[in-house]
Design a protein around this ligand. Structure first.
Ligand code: ADP
Ligand code: MG
Length: 337
């Protein structure tokens, strides 16, 4: 598939997902006119900002996209000259980055430690060997994976102030697992500072809610049925001032020799995590934590992932196993369909 086709497919999928999120509300005849709803393409994904209540919804939606553009130019692994690109091409020399990048790196390293490396932001040597979007469906050679894995270890990264150093000159950073959640938190701050009292932002299936709906009730966020039609929902969760963030094996994947390969990689093997799960959804106030945990819990599997979630106050999760069975954490407020 060409990049243009891929983007078009992504935009169609996002439009379907945005519609999906509003479905429960539509059924309840609660939807009001949306003062500003805009869609753009950032972080390789479709971003839709729907502002319900704000003094200048149009201007605020524009500022949201300016911010996304700015963050993408700091955090992207592939955009030449981004902070992450500069770290990855410095051959082990120290690099000065923006305080946003330094903060997110520290955050990613902290979750890497807490998940015993299930989340590893130095996955780039391995993740860059995979291509889940072009339609080529190539599985990297075992030799190449092994060589790349030797350079995956989050303990190689030092962040002091705004200075980043990689102890292994061949190590490389990939913030793909946390960037969208971090962006959601930055968008929340921007929206709140702009006087927004009610908004829904969809970053490629990761949802940020600001405030509640105009009528004061929580948003109802649909969680996709793995491998179902884009509009098929497996659960609905109410959310207000929270993020609903999903990592799923159905999102960027291909099948080769009868085996499913997808974009959530096990840093121990370099191959797609095969932990008995189709998806993990995290409900949390922090988007960055939700993003880190959705990826980490997917890699960790139901038992270890659930134990981690239960140890974290204010964070809930819904695990969906490979036979689409639902396992909610003890405080999960949603109901299965
Ligand atoms: P999505 O981007 O679909 O929301 P995730 O948040 O789960 O999904 O992030 C997946 C991305 O993170 C991959 O595309 C890759 O760039 C990176 N990644 C994959 N596996 C890991 C991992 N175990 N630790 C850290 N980053 C990962
Ligand atoms: Mg993630």
């Amino acid at each position: 598939m060409t990049t243009a086709n891929h983007r078009r497919t992504a935009i169609l999928k996002a439009a379907a997902a945005a519609f999906l999120m509003l479905l429960p509300a539509l059924f309840c005849r609660e939807v009001k006119a949306i003062p500003a709803s805009k869609t753009g393409f950032y972080f390789d994904t479709v971003v839709t900002v729907s502002i319900q209540e704000a003094p200048d919804p149009e201007g605020l939606a524009e500022s949201c996209f300016d911010l996304m553009n700015e963050l993408e130019h700091l955090l992207s692994r592939t955009l030449k000259g981004s902070d992450v690109w500069r770290i990855n091409h410095a051959g082990g020399e120290s690099v000065t980055v923006s305080s946003r990048t330094a903060d997110l790196l520290r955050f990613g390293l902290s979750w890497a430690g807490q998940t015993d490396g299930a989340l590893d932001i130095t996955i780039a040597p391995v993740s860059s060997l995979w291509d889940f979007t072009s339609g080529q469906n190539n599985v990297p050679k075992a030799d190449d994976l092994e060589k790349a894995l030797a350079h995956v270890d989050y303990r190689n990264v030092t962040v002091e102030g705004n200075t980043v150093t990689l102890a292994d000159p061949e190590a490389m950073i990939d913030l793909g697992a946390v960037a969208k959640g971090y962006a959601a938190d930055a968008l929340r701050s921007l929206l709140e500072e702009g006087g927004c009292r009610s908004a829904l932002v969809n970053l490629g299936g990761n949802v940020l809610t600001v405030g509640s709906k105009s009528d004061g009730s929580a948003w109802n966020i649909g969680i996709r049925k793995p491998f179902g039609e884009p509009e098929e929902v497996i659960a609905v969760v109410p959310a207000a001032d929270q993020c609903v963030i999903t990592s799923g094996s159905y999102e960027r994947c291909f099948t080769a020799d009868g085996k499913l390969y997808h974009h959530i990689l096990d840093p121990k093997t370099g191959i797609s995590a095969d932990s008995g799960l189709n998806s993990v959804t995290i409900l949390s106030a922090s988007g960055a934590a939700g993003d880190a945990l959705s990826t980490a819990c997917f890699v960790m599997g139901l038992e270890d992932g659930m134990a981690l979630i239960e140890s974290l106050p204010g964070i809930e999760a819904l695990f969906v196993t490979t036979d689409n069975e639902l396992f909610p954490s003890s405080g999960w407020p949603g109901s299965p369909m």
